[in-house]
Design a protein around this ligand. Structure first.
Ligand code: NAD
Ligand code: ZN
Length: 362
């Protein structure tokens, strides 16, 4: 089963192809959609071990000479050093403006390779082959690319859309269970912000997702990508609508930063953020207690955390939220749910209310 979703961005439009067995047909997809002069694969080290052979074979069958560079996964690789490692190999392999870079790995490799593709020769083509659930439902779609500055995450980046996103759900078979749970948060988030039927799909099919049933995964991932594609098509550069994707993220980013990005997976920290943002929305009379409970139950069933660690005070968390780059003119901009399937953007919530909601999430 294969599903295709179009990201509609005029001359920058591209398809997202979701299915099984795709990894064995990468060459054919790239040849028919892009026809590059040459290709270079940049792979996560672990993913290279599991999946590089079929990708390389398939590209060779389509007539490409293939070189492969590997980079360790994990946030530390979104660095200037690793960026230059990738750029050096582009120069060494004499990639030209007709060449295509292939990102094979999770969101870290996707963000790093996308940024290298954005800046090499003022921009060359790249393809995303995401291999974590997080990257398949979120990071690989939408063209946001970045590396980190020592003082902040994703501070150095560019908007640069891929030419093609190829999602093979078979690649999730080697992913640790914890990363499956963490990736699910972006689907749950998308359900709450704009798609109640997708939220219900996850509620009804959670066992199938956690057991990696291919048909269930393909349907869920295609639905999440279609939602993200729709938002990106309407607001590519995040001037308005795209902000709703930050639901739960201001709280989550604070928790990730305060624990040095070492304790929580991104999705786990955002899960605490979803729970806290929803609590705040209940306190403000925007969200019902029943919907709060419905979200809490699904997060809990997805084995995602709901509470802040007791060694971080609500004031400390609030201060870290204020440093997040999503503040505008010093005001915290929050995405708050009004029901499962709809949110509002608010920048007028008093500090006391935010601290009160945090203190209810321990
Ligand atoms: N560009 C965007 O729009 C966007 C959106 C959301 C998140 N992100 C970024 O994504 C990153 C997080 O992505 P992630 O969670 O995929 O992290 P990641 O890329 O570090 O992958 C997590 C771990 O899984 C391993 N791995 C990857 N695929 C595997 C597989 N199939 N089998 C076994 N192991 C595998 C990696 O080696 C790594 O250790 C963050 O840097 C975040 O900023 C970007
Ligand atoms: Zn996220």
């Amino acid at each position: 089963m294969i599903k295709t979703i179009e990201v509609d961005l005029k001359e920058d439009s591209y398809p997202i192809i979701v299915g099984t067995g795709i990894i064995n047909r990468i060459g054919a997809y790239i040849k028919s959609h892009i026809q590059p002069t040459s290709v270079l694969i940049v792979a996560d080290t672990v993913v290279k071990y599991h999946f590089a052979p079929p990708v390389v074979d398939s590209l060779k069958r389509s007539g490409y000479d293939v070189s492969i560079v590997d980079i360790p996964g994990g946030e530390g690789s979104k660095s200037v050093d690793q960026l230059f490692q990738v750029l050096d190999s582009l120069v060494d392999n004499q990639l030209d403006r007709g060449s295509t870079l292939i990102a094979l790995g999770g969101g870290v490799i996707g963000d790093l390779v996308g940024f290298a593709a954005a800046v090499y020769m003022r921009g060359i083509a790249y393809v995303q082959i995401p291999t974590t659930l997080q990257a398949q439902v979120d990071a690989s779609v939408g063209g946001k690319t970045a590396i980190n500055h020592p003082k902040g995450k994703n501070l150095i980046g560019a908007f640069h859309q891929p030419k093609l996103v190829l999602i093979d759900v078979d690649t999730l078979k080697t992913l640790p269970q914890r990363d499956i749970h963490a990736g699910l948060i972006e689907v749950i988030k998308m359900g709450v912000i704009r798609d109640e039927s997708m939220f219900a799909m996850v509620e009804d099919n959670l066992d199938g997702v956690l057991n990696l049933d291919a048909k269930t995964l393909i349907e869920m991932i295609a639905c999440a990508c279609a939602n993200k594609a729709d938002i990106v098509a309407k607001d590519e550069k995040e001037s308005g609508l795209r902000m709703v994707l930050n639901y739960g993220h201001t709280f989550g980013h604070a928790l990730e930063a305060l624990t040095d990005y070492k304790v929580y997976r991104h999705g786990e920290a955002v899960s605490v953020g979803l729970n806290c943002a929803a609590r705040l929305a209940v306190n403000l009379g925007l969200f019902s207690e029943a919907d709060f409970e419905r979200q809490r139950t699904l997060l809990n069933r997805s084995k995602l955390p709901l509470t802040f660690p007791t060694d971080l005070s609500p004031e400390t968390i609030y201060d870290a939220m204020s440093l997040d780059k999503k503040t505008v003119g010093g005001k915290l901009r929050l995405i708050l749910p009004t029901r499962i399937g709809a949110v509002v953007i608010r920048d007028d919530v008093p500090e006391t209310k935010i601290i009160e909601a945090i203190s209810q999430c321990y």
